[in-house]
Design a protein around this ligand. Structure first.
Ligand SMILES: Cc1cc2nc3c(=O)[nH]c(=O)nc-3n(C[C@H](O)[C@H](O)[C@H](O)COP(=O)(O)OP(=O)(O)OC[C@H]3O[C@@H](n4cnc5c(N)ncnc54)[C@H](O)[C@@H]3O)c2cc1C
Length: 435
């Protein structure tokens, strides 16, 4: 049998691609290395003493900011849950306190997060002229437009929260393409805000009653999936087909869709197109997600982020019990705490128990009223989120080169263009329609 497409990897990108193409009558096979589908998506559901805890150990929510997400979830038997209305309350940790992130312009002028001097820099920002550069770091862009304090207390915490990354290294062009476009077009972000009425991405924060894994379970039922089927080699045959050699057999296909990490992609595709080896350089920092519960302390909001200058050994935490209902016993509050990332990778060199204790110690510094921790568990990601560093263009050039030589191999992993769940779904949807 000859498949129309073989999808390598059964994370959200691979499953969405296969589902859309299968629905359109294509013969598609998904090959997954692990014994389970989902990739980064890992929902943990535990019952202890008749109490149920539901934590996400990988991605926490989907920011549904494109049509593909709604088309996908509306076509599947999943129960969507929206984040609580208080989830727009987010905090930054400064000098022992959680300070709300200003949501309205006038709140910005009152916030103690940055000094009056930094606030006045906003007036100067209005006169920034467009600059045409190949690329620049997020930090250099923010410093020029808003100053150092703004970088430390607003932007770096967000870069940690989204990419587990370092604003000094992250590319504005690839990490925040919308801002890159705006700066090329208007120069000033404020000017763009007044003209376009919005700079920040919009969209609802959603998940599912049974956690994000519910989406994976629904998708895997609709596709032809082989687990424990690591792909070992991809070869070209005489008839312009590909032979995909996996631990569960060899399969022939017209197209190959790659949705796996950069290092394995480089290894599999190097025999077909040697320059692709450059993908090996793409860095994925380690990230630890610690799930904790404490006797109720009245958490409200989405969670908080920590500027590196504040000296805590955590990147931030999500208030799980406030974000979604039915995730934490009523008499308790639950947190997902994030540690390591590119800026604090040394924390992940400790033993897992020590990382867990670090998370508990730092959460207690933020909430000294906590007397005990009840539920506690750690998930360590040795390779978490791909870092779109300055100079990312060279990887995109290598992929462009591959496209020219082998147009029937498509790489749509999360190191290409978008790494958010919504972005992965959008890419999977587009490619699934095209197969
Ligand atoms: C801790 C963490 C928190 C995150 N938080 C968020 C968040 O809150 N919101 C958000 O939008 N995004 C978040 N992200 C990012 C997002 O989760 C990922 O970018 C996304 O899940 C990637 O999906 P994917 O299908 O492209 O890749 P993956 O999920 O990595 O799936 C790839 C699959 O390929 C398989 N594979 C690898 N090699 C082979 C091989 N040789 N043969 C066959 N199969 C192979 C792997 O086993 C895996 O199952 C987070 C990521 C992490 C790690």
């Amino acid at each position: 049998m000859i498949f129309d497409a073989i999808v390598v990897g059964a994370g959200i990108t691979g499953l969405t691609t296969a589902y859309i193409a299968t629905n359109r009558g294509k013969k598609v096979l998904v090959l997954e290395k692990q014994s389970r589908a989902g990739g980064n998506i890992k929902t943990l559901k535990v019952e202890i003493d008749n109490k149920t805890y539901l934590f996400e150990e990988g991605p926490q929510t989907i920011l549904a900011n494109n049509e593909a997400v709604y088309k996908l979830i509306n076509s599947l038997p999943v129960e969507v849950v929206k984040a609580s209305p208080t989830s727009n309350k987010r905090f930054i940790y400064k000098r022992g306190k959680l300070i709300p992130i200003p949501l309205k312009p006038w709140e910005f002028f009152l916030t103690p997060l940055v000094s009056l001097k930094s606030k006045l820099l906003l007036f100067k920002e209005f006169f920034e002229k467009p600059i045409q550069t190949e690329d620049e770091s997020v930090a250099s862009f923010v410093r020029r437009h808003f100053g150092e304090e703004f970088l430390n207390y607003f932007v770096q915490p967000f870069v940690s929260g989204i990419y587990a990354g370092d604003a000094q290294k992250l590319s504005l062009r690839y990490g925040f393409p919308k801002l890159w476009e705006i700066q090329k077009r208007y120069g000033s972000l404020l000017k763009a805000f007044f003209k376009e009425k919005r700079v920040a991405p919009k969209g609802e924060l959603i998940s599912f009653r049974g956690g994000l894994i519910e989406l994976i379970r629904a998708l895997e039922k609709k596709v032809n999936l082989l687990t424990d089927a690591e792909v070992l080699k991809i070869k070209k045959t005489d008839g312009n087909l590909f032979e995909v050699i996996s631990k569960k057999g060899t399969f022939k296909t017209k197209k190959v869709i790659i949705t796996i990490d950069a290092q394995t992609t480089a290894r599999l595709l190097k025999p077909l197109y040697p320059p692709i080896e450059v993908l090996k350089e793409i860095y994925y920092p380690p990230l630890a997600v610690v799930s904790l519960s404490v006797p109720k302390i009245g958490l409200e909001g989405f969670g908080f982020l920590v500027p590196p200058k504040e000296g805590l050994k955590i990147l931030g935490a999500i208030f799980v019990s406030s974000l979604f209902e039915y995730r934490c016993p009523k008499e308790e509050d639950c947190f997902s705490v994030f540690l390591c990332g590119d800026t604090q990778k040394e924390v992940c060199q400790q033993k897992e128990e020590e990382i867990l204790l670090t998370a508990q110690r730092e959460i207690k510094r933020v909430f000294p009223q906590i007397k005990e921790f009840r539920f506690r568990k750690i998930r360590l990601w040795k390779k978490s989120i791909p870092q779109y560093w300055v100079g990312y263009q060279r990887y995109m050039n290598a992929l462009e080169g591959l496209r020219k030589v082998e147009s029937n191999i498509l790489v749509i992993s999360n190191f290409v263009e978008k790494s958010s769940l919504a972005g992965c779904i959008e890419k999977g949807f587009k490619v699934g329609e095209r197969i």
